[in-house]
Design a protein around this ligand. Structure first.
Ligand code: ATP
Length: 334
């Protein structure tokens, strides 16, 4: 039996978590979930949105599945997501984006992997009010973090049969910070002659992604551009409801959907659990549960092919109905 931390957030977090756990149980995977709550709802009892017990649990179990967590704006709390990534040194944010069956989008055959640096850049959280009318944010880029994420991207490319890594910066403007990220990527690229290396400016990258996404393979980006570009890529394949993600470090891995807690649709049983399920499928692969991962993916794809979809994909199925439809198909596959 595997021990895995389950971080239950708020907003749509608890609905999609329940759906995904039901599906994993139906696939017969034996997991002892260490359930941990985080986010706005725990502040009242525990004073902080990310209590120490959550970090301790992931440190003990090494792997976590996490649903979206809201950090209240303007109450002095650091983002739960940023803090978790920092404390566990989850330096690589991996977001594979590819078309799912029967999800109509502008482009076919999109197959992009976004590799985003996860620990620094403007997310270092170093800000100050210079005077009443001026605020300052400091963008931190270090050689160590840049080389480490570049190596992750090239290793990922090799291990997953990818052909090209494209580094995305604004090095013509942020000459020192993005310049260092670019220089680091160039250096690491020189050790991987079998992988094609390309450089692009972030504005041009966005334009080309919406014109012809098929020309991209693995994208390597500093934290902020990575955040923005991965939402763009999610849009290319059908939106945030299906975009999966993982945060990976040397010691720990936390799998979570790209989307936030979607308070606008919370509690209505209409959220799409696919992004969370796709993240869980990758988590199962990571833990060596290849058969179960394959079966769940097949059941998901068959459900979509049967035109059972949630509202974000133009369907009318509730989150619970969509979940049950996947479980029905799983039962036939078992
Ligand atoms: P964050 O800043 O926490 O990343 P965000 O501002 O990107 O959050 P989200 O919470 O991700 O916002 O929601 C963006 C939009 O996408 C909302 O309209 C939301 O309803 C929609 N959305 C997000 N997740 C889902 C989902 N699982 N199913 C359906 N719609 C979703």
């Amino acid at each position: 039996m595997k021990n895995i931390t389950l971080i239950k957030g708020d907003g749509v977090g608890s609905e999609i978590t329940d759906a995904v756990i039901k599906i994993i149980n139906a696939a017969g995977v034996a997991i002892d979930w260490d359930i941990q709550t985080a986010g706005a709802d725990v502040i009242e009892q525990e004073g902080v949105p990310l209590p120490k017990r959550v970090i301790e649990s992931v440190k003990k179990n090494k792997i976590a599945l996490k649903s979206p967590v809201t950090t209240p704006i303007g109450k002095g709390f650091r983002s739960v997501n940023v803090q978790l990534r920092k404390e566990l040194d989850l330096y690589a944010n991996l977001r594979p984006c590819y078309n799912l069956p029967n999800v109509k989008t502008r482009y076919d055959k999109v197959d992009i992997v976004v590799v985003r640096e996860n620990t620094e850049d403007l997310y270092a959280g170093i800000e100050r009010q210079v005077d009443e009318d001026t605020a300052e944010s400091i963008k931190i880029i270090t050689r160590t973090a840049s080389e480490r994420i570049a190596k992750f991207a090239f290793d990922y490319a090799i291990n997953n049969n990818r052909k090209e890594v494209c580094v995305v910066t604004k090095a013509n403007i942020c000459k020192l910070s993005d310049g260092l990220f670019l220089e680091s990527a160039r250096k690491i690229a020189s050790f991987y002659p079998q992988i094609k290396f390309r450089e692009i400016l972030v504005d041009n990258c966005c334009m080309q992604l919406v014109q012809n996404p098929n020309r991209f393979d693995v994208l390597l980006l500093p934290n902020l551009y990575g955040d923005i570009v991965s939402d763009l890529c999610a849009g290319l394949i059908g939106g945030l409801g299906i975009a999966q993600g993982a945060n990976i470090g040397s010691d720990y891995a936390v799998f979570e959907p790209v989307h936030g807690s979607a308070p606008d649709i919370a509690g209505k049983d209409i959220a799409n659990p696919t992004a969370m399920l796709m993240s869980a499928i990758e988590m199962l692969n990571y833990t060596g549960e290849f058969e179960a991962a394959k079966k769940i993916k097949l059941a998901l794809f068959e459900t979509l092919n049967a035109d059972i979809k949630t509202a974000d994909l133009g369907g009318s199925a509730k989150c619970s109905e969509f979940t049950d439809a996947i479980i029905e198909r799983l039962a036939v596959l078992s």
